[in-house]
Design a protein around this ligand. Structure first.
Ligand code: 1GP
Length: 255
């Protein structure tokens, strides 16, 4: 059986990109979630990320149950707290908030979660999580009590990712935060791409296909879209199309 990480790194080795759709239990009701699940059957989605900075209700478990009963797309937890573990998911982005200096999100929550994770069947994906300042304070930076990386300092992002990789983290996630005013810059993605070998996830403020295309061309392996698909479910098809056409042009170029 191929693990989630093996698939990610194989895809990275072949220059194949992936689409992750972020489903936030606080934002989605059952009807809109069912609609997105139907759309994701028609248009390729590679991952569902489930989570949010707050999780103000107890709908996360029901949401994951709904996804698992309608879809074979792998579900990865995208937790902001050790309270958000759920064994129904396939895996967990075990985020260490390496852009920040708050020990609670670098290691504290992980200590609380460790014995629970060991008992679970979740595949663990150790992820260096970097919040990037993209125009306004996001819930994630406020809730984590950390200063995000300055948007126009790609070198800081590159060194942060390098340190994360040297510490053994196996994915890097550059996140402008949900609803960012503008996405993480191509220059920053390129700098991180040159600094590390591990797959790179990019999200936050990707609300047009041009922004997605720019992130992919700069070196993102996985693009994440949340808000824009909540606002306009049709954007899922557009995003899927962009990722697929990127991948097929890559295959043609390789031939
Ligand atoms: C946020 O990367 C995700 O953590 C997605 O952001 O909701 O802005 O697409 P958006």
């Amino acid at each position: 059986l191929t693990t989630l990480y093996e698939t990610l790194s194989k895809r990275r080795a072949h220059g194949q990109k992936s689409l992750a759709v972020l489903l936030d239990p606080d934002h989605l009701d059952e009807t809109s979630c069912r609609h997105l699940l139907e759309l994701s059957e028609q248009h390729t989605v590679d991952y569902f990320f489930v989570g949010g900075s707050l999780v103000m209700n107890s709908r996360q478990a029901a949401l994951i149950r709904l996804i698992k009963s309608h879809s074979s797309v792998p579900v990865l937890l995208f937790p902001s707290h050790s309270l958000h573990l759920d064994d129904q998911a396939d895996g967990i982005l075990l985020l260490s908030l390496i852009s920040g200096r708050n020990p609670e999100f670098l290691i504290g929550q992980h200590v609380i979660a460790a014995p629970l994770l060991r008992q679970s069947n979740l595949q663990i994906l150790p992820t260096g999580y970097m919040l990037v300042d993209t125009g306004r304070q996001t819930t994630a930076s406020y809730m984590s009590g950390t200063t995000p990386l300055p948007h126009d300092k790609p070198a800081i992002a590159a060194c942060t990712a390098m340190a994360g990789e040297q510490l053994g983290l196996r994915l890097m996630y550059l996140d402008g935060g949900s609803g960012a005013m503008y996405p993480v810059s191509a220059a920053m993605i390129r700098a991180v791409r040159q600094a590390v070998e591990v797959p790179i996830i990019v999200g936050g403020g990707i609300n047009t296909t041009e922004k997605a295309q720019a992130a992919l061309a700069a070196g993102a392996d996985v693009v994440v879209v949340g808000n824009q698909i909540e606002k306009d479910p049709g954007f899922l098809a557009d995003m899927s199309g962009i990722v697929r056409s990127f991948n097929s042009s890559r295959i043609t170029a390789d031939l």
